[in-house]
Design a binder for this molecule. Sequence first.
Ligand code: GH3
Ligand code: MG
Ligand code: MG
Ligand code: MG
Length: 315
Amino acid sequence: YILKQSSQCMDYAIKAVRRIIRNKDLKCLVVDDSRLGLHHVSSLLAAHGYRVLQAQNGREALELLARHRDVILTVTDYTMPHMDGVTLTQEIRKTFRIDEMAIIGISSADNLPASVLFLKNGANDYLAKAFQTEEFYCRVSLNIDTIIQFQTIKSLANTDFLTRLSNRRHLFESAAAATEAARDTGAPVCVAMIDIDHFKGINDTYGHAAGDLVLTRLAADLEQTFDDGHIIGRIGGEEFCVVSPGHGTAQIGERYETLRAAVAATKVESPAGGIGFTISIGLHAGSAEPFETMLKAADNKLYAAKASGRNKIVG
Ligand code: GH3
Ligand code: MG
Ligand code: MG
Ligand code: MG
């Protein structure tokens, strides 16, 4: 009996430690005008390992959230001077979607319509004072788990499994948004199509797994070259696309030339031996064109680079 008890204790301790390790990366915001309430909710969250930010009113809360985009949960009191919890919830929802951050409203039990007001105005959940500790933890972890699951699904839906770059769908979505924004400001956008030369030959010579190593290597090179606000994606097989808002072809051409030369000069290590490869690039810049028109133009330039001997840039 004692052994069974102690093994249950161990299980419980291991689960608690795992939870604290996971939670230390999760940031929560507690908003309450009463120091007692602020302290109570904050200590409950801190006891489970969450990183806790505190605000004593809605204005302070919004200021904190503007600086901490990664807050995953806000727990807010209802009755506060200047801005009540429901108005704060509405304000938060102008910049944080319901699947990005959970909001739990708290109010005294004699303030019953608050639950409805909170839920109708963008809160994910509600707790009545004085809530039980266990209920608090259940609601907190359920709501946080839902946000994390959504983030995981979204990231899977947007990411190319092999290279971890944006997949075709996500690239088209981000690129369309970027080109639309550029149309409003008149700024140029550069679109590049990058394609590995004779990639089929690499697969045939070194095997498909080695071909995959070449793809991941090129993806890493692209991320390193364009690590300052560009959209990078894998469009299909061995074709990649980079969208550079605010850049014309002249400004960015040098970077592509450095990349092209570096790729041609290095070998990718694989179990089948060192693999040398080259890339061809088509560049097109525009300012008032839809993304798909620009992509087609970049693709035509890529075709020209292939037709004139490969391992070159046409822009
Ligand atoms: P070109 O220089 O004209 O671009 O010739 P290419 O051989 O690179 O182009 P082609 O379109 O003929 O061949 C692309 C090859 O890419 C064919 C396909 O089997 C391979 N491929 C597509 N996706 C993957 C992948 O995820 N991994 C590997 N290893 N190969 C892939
Ligand atoms: Mg209050
Ligand atoms: Mg190719
Ligand atoms: Mg191709």
